[in-house]
Structures are given as structure tokens and as C-alpha cells.
Design a protein around this ligand. Sequence first.
Ligand code: URA
Length: 230
Amino acid sequence: MRLDKYICQATTLTRSQAKKVIMQGRITSADTTVRNSAYKVAGNEAISLDGKLINVRTARYIMLNKPKDYICSTVDEQLPSIINLIKVDKPEQLCIAGRLDADTTGLALITDDGQWSHKITSPRKKCAKRYRVELAEPIQASAVELFKTGIQLKSENQLCLPAELELISENEVLLTISEGKYHQVKRMFAAIGNHVSELHREKIGQISLDTKLAPGEWRYLTEQEVDSIA
Ligand code: URA
């Protein structure tokens, strides 16, 4: 990471203030003064400001119980972004690991660790996501096998990956999928002639939505939850 960016992330200084302290010769790496803002800081390097060691703030990992009528975009559009609900410093550095539709509720994971987010969203990682689905029409028991085999979505060349469908009642199911195609859950049920009337995400990988969080509330993930995404 560039030295000026590193200083911004490790302190409350802005980029121009960081450049200034670099030019003033106040930054050292292992006792050597560094005056170049573009200097690349190595992962294990000890950077000091005025002789005091600074450390890059460790990444933030957040779970939010997404309410309806918020969007999983980092900027507001016709509806407000879920980032508005999270009152933290430098919210512009956050990204959302896997989008939910505006009318979908439940578990949203938010972080400034791009690599961690990638492990959730990359199709190659096949990270499981569990949804509670309310259906407009009663579901047939035979649907379990169809989902296991792979649903054919409209306008897709390939079948969906096998998905686990658990019937809760005539109109309620739990569905676990390990990919994240556009409107995938709604399209899967449309493909078998049904319609999703309510959609709620309960789990991503091993991370379950904390039932103590009311819609709109959030908390930081525990270390164990962060490490469970591999
Ligand atoms: N699938 C959908 O159709 N919508 C969501 O919000 C999430 C998964």
C-alpha cells in the first residue's frame, strides 16, 4: 500500500495532511526517514509518525439485519443505501458482500476487507446462503428433488447448482444455494410456477443472522465469525 494511503488508514489524517507529514520528514520506517508519498509499505513494516508507531486500522466486519426499502448499493439511488444504517467512521470504505433486493430482509455482511468479501461473492468459492422464503402458492414435496437436481432459470444456459430445499409448511421453505445469480431465489421459484412473496436471508456460510438484531440494527462480527469464511 502507498505510504500516504497507509497513513490515512492508520490515523485520522486526510490524504493531503499525510503527504505533508511525509514531506516534513516526520515519517520513519525502521528509523529511516521516508519522504516519498508513493513509497510502498510492506505488510510487516514498522511505520512511525514523530517517532510513534502507527498501525493500519484492522478491517471492519459487520452484520446488519437489512430492513425492506433499503438497497445494497454503497450509494443512495431511488431508495437509501443500507450503509446509512451503519454509523461508523469512513463509511465510504465499506463494501457489501452479496446483494439483497430492496424488498428482501435479513443478513447483510459489510466490510472494508475486499479479499474477505470476495470469498463470499466469488462463484468459485460456492459459499452457501440460506433463505427463508414465503411463497404465494403451496409448494409440492416433489420440488425438493427438482432443486437438488438443478433448476433451469429462464435466459440461463446452465442449470443452477444443486440447492437444498426444506419444506416448513405449505407456503414456507428454507432454501440454501451456493451461487448468487441476479434475483436467483425469485427466479428459481418462478421457474417452477410459484412466486416469492417474502424473502429473508438467515445465513451466509456459517454466519447466522443474530436474532437479537431488530431490522436496521447491526453489530461487528466476532473473530470466530470472521475466520469462518475461508
Ligand atoms: N435472490 C433473490 O431473488 N433476491 C435476493 O434478494 C436474494 C437472492
